[in-house]
Write a new protein. Sequence first.
Length: 72
Amino acid sequence: MVVLLVGIFSFMALMDLSALIKEKNIKEIIVYGVFFILALVMSMLLVFGVEIPSPVKFFEFIIGDVLHLSYE
């Protein structure tokens, strides 16, 4: 499963990055790379059975406890 995941991500990277490299968009390549690696790491964690917490809890904490806002 891991080999299949890495293969699919590699194919996607080759398809997407080829146009950016030809146009020499360095900033876009960096941003794409950061998000792409983040997505790859999260996918690998899911394949290995690691439970990823929901980001909703983080936003509830920020909105409720830090900003003291209420949405009720």
